[in-house]
Ligand binder design. Sequence first.
Ligand SMILES: Nc1ncnc2c1ncn2[C@@H]1O[C@H](COP(=O)(O)OP(=O)(O)OP(=O)(O)O)[C@@H](O)[C@H]1O
Ligand SMILES: [Mg+2]
Length: 318
Amino acid sequence: MLEVERLNKDFVVRHNFLARFGHPDHVIHAVNDVSFKIKKGEIFGIAGKSGSGKTTLGKIILRLLEPTSGSVLYKGQNVFEFNPDELKDYRRQVQVVFQDADSTPDPRQKLITALEEPLLVHRIANKSERRAIIEQALEQVNLPVSLVDRYPSALSGGQRRRAALARALVLKPEVIIADEPITGLDPVVSAQILSLLLKLNREFNLTLIIITHDLGAINYLSDRVAVMYGGKIVELVDGNLFESSSLHPYTRFLQGVSVGGFQDNGNTDIHQRSGVAGEGCIYAGVCPRAKPECFDVSPQLQELNPGHLVACQFTLEQ
Ligand SMILES: Nc1ncnc2c1ncn2[C@@H]1O[C@H](COP(=O)(O)OP(=O)(O)OP(=O)(O)O)[C@@H](O)[C@H]1O
Ligand SMILES: [Mg+2]
């Protein structure tokens, strides 16, 4: 239902000061040749550390950002070629819950106002019908209807996340992109939010794209997992294989598995940078298994086993 084809997004970062000395602008490949397909009802996880391009990818799918190149197809149609009516429909069908969900319900708005707003924007239903839709959405996220007259400040962190989800659900979307849905929540509340996402997926055959650096959450929820590093997908694997059979050295690093005598020395900075222009494997500079060839050739994502794609010339089994 959703196809991402060879997406690229470059950000040009201007060095205002250095530019005076003829220093070139710095280009960040935030998303670098990313392709994948998501089926209806699937839970697709996108994992990777800060700066790997996860949010940028999500924003392009949502058409909140233009890609530098590549396309996003929704039900076979390029979302960047939608006319205004098609775009409006897309904005209803594909919802997002951002990582700063704590601030998404506007602190100055009562919950009822925040939840009604998307329905008003899309001109859905009359006032009493809207009230019924909102109550139903609150029920779906296990929040008491009595909360509608509260301000977000009166809600707990977990309740605010549920409210943000309810705000997405009032439009009866087909896809929800959840960007860091559990960041900043304590483990018990996180587990509740994850099982809620799973319930919504099962109940409504809701397609979910879960963006997170939390590997536990990805393992628990996802049918398939894409691991991003420096704007690239370095591994794409079935969720139930993710824990046991990951092959890319970076995935193994994320999972805390020692690779070729390499230990995480806590210097995660080098694992957080985004793509820098150049030949060779994006991970070669920090990869414990890098060979000279890795600095010359950029590996393509290749299907090594059915449904398991890895972008590494020298996978761990060899
Ligand atoms: N508007 C922008 N202008 C310039 N650079 C940007 C912009 N947005 C993102 N970037 C850069 O693109 C890269 C990818 O950022 P992105 O926010 O997509 O990463 P992320 O994986 O979501 O990280 P996090 O886990 O911290 O949310 C980073 O290097 C970031 O600094
Ligand atoms: Mg992000």
